[in-house]
Design a protein around this ligand. Sequence first.
Ligand SMILES: [Zn+2]
Length: 551
Amino acid sequence: MSPKIVFLFLFFCSTALFAQKKAKSTTSTPKLVVGIVVDQMRYDYLYKYYDKLSDKGFKRLLREGFSFDNCQYDYMPTYTGPGHATIFTGTTPSVHGIISNDWYVRDSAKIMYCATDTRMKTIGANTSAGQKSPHQLLATTIGDELRLSNNFQSKVIGVALKDRSAVFPAGRGGNAAYWYDAANGAFVTSSYYGMTQLPEWLQRFNARKLADKYLSEKWETLLPIEQYARYCAADNTAYEHVFEGETTSSFPHDLPKIFQTSGDYEILRSTPAGSHLTKDIAIAALEGEKLGKNGMTDMLTVSFSSPDIIGHGFGPQSIEVMDCYLRLDQDIADLLTYLDQHYQQQEVLVFLTADHGAAQNIGYMKDHRLSAGSVSESGIETQFRDFSKKRWNGQDFVLAYSSQQLYLDHTKITQLGISLADVQQQFADFALQFDGVAQTITASNLRNNDYSQGILYFVQNGFYAKRSGDVALNYNPGYMDWSEIGTSHGSPFNYDTHVPLIWYGAGIPAGNSSAAVRVKDIASTVAMVLHLPFPNGNLGNPLNGYWLKRK
Ligand SMILES: [Zn+2]
């Protein structure tokens, strides 16, 4: 071969390779990412209810997708605000700053909600429901990185009944987040997103008054009620909440009557209809915004809030919670069917996870000789105040006790010339005598040490010095700031940290792994599939290797 021919040969080889590589990367990048969060979904629900699930919902995700059966949070407290922020930023509250749903703000001397933004106006209603934003979030989300990658041409939209579950997933740079306003039974947004009115598709959606439709039917069990017996405690127990307007907690729940008595649409959140409405707005957003059809990869985040509210009211042992998941299963099926009809399976990347799990009901545990207990945060606060006055000559150093964190008055302590670290340690030692308190640690210790395992590792990952308190308390497993009705979450124990994680679509093969992975690994995994930089505070590791090996 002459040098010229060799050159031409090499040229064709390289352009052919280049063309092939280019074609491969364009076809393998999904056009749409759908991030689904189920609020309060314990990992075990997938398998506990498996036999009663349909073939088209959760089971389809498990059958056609890749499931991580051992995915856990690695911080405390495990609440909704921090959970949603962690899923989409790939980092812990110690970096993204959403340390709880509410925390004490020293400058304003009060407890503030994580998504409150009073500078904003409600768009879509004359209520205060829209005075929210993600401005407290200190790190980029995967959606923010997606938009940064193409000069903000990708669309990123978040929907949920709860405002915090819509705004944090959509990130500070998202196009919009929409959430439920119980005053009107309709979805609203915040002026934060630069809108003066709701988009036309959402106005049309709200005008359909689906909340009224859903609240015109009683909540009956999906299956004959005797089929729940193998999985649940009895229908009417002392472990359960009684809806206002009802006299017992048994089925059917007369939603039309409760709706009439209450006078607002709040009750919808506490029923499976809340999930149906969430699925409806998710599909309306896909359609209205033509997500995945805009030439760039778009992202929709969908958080199902009702399972959390039903769980809080009735607890994991209840027929209500099981029925909520059997009905959510149908919503997941509808969503997957919609995606089938409008996209190729490899064009869409879906993941499903949860923002935290839930403890077993305290009464149910005790009645079966298991260790559990109720801790009262307000009772603990009073005891801290009494201790302070007794120990320091009538001085009350306590500002607040919230989300297992004690906030002390630094100004007062400094003025008296006492060592803050010493005062913190004395409160930490004192707190150990409370029933149910297992560990206490001071902010000074958290700032000066690096805890790499055990409970203190969880505390440290949830600790952001400028927002967190002076002493953190941890309770025994099964103990929480909650009554013996329903349940709650917040602990560093696996019933709260162990959540489902399933990946589906985008050419991901079916499979599962029980490797120990963390929720903070989700965002960088999405980034790898989309060939994007990781969110700027990322501390997780991509999980793609688990399924790439199997290809
Ligand atoms: Zn909750």
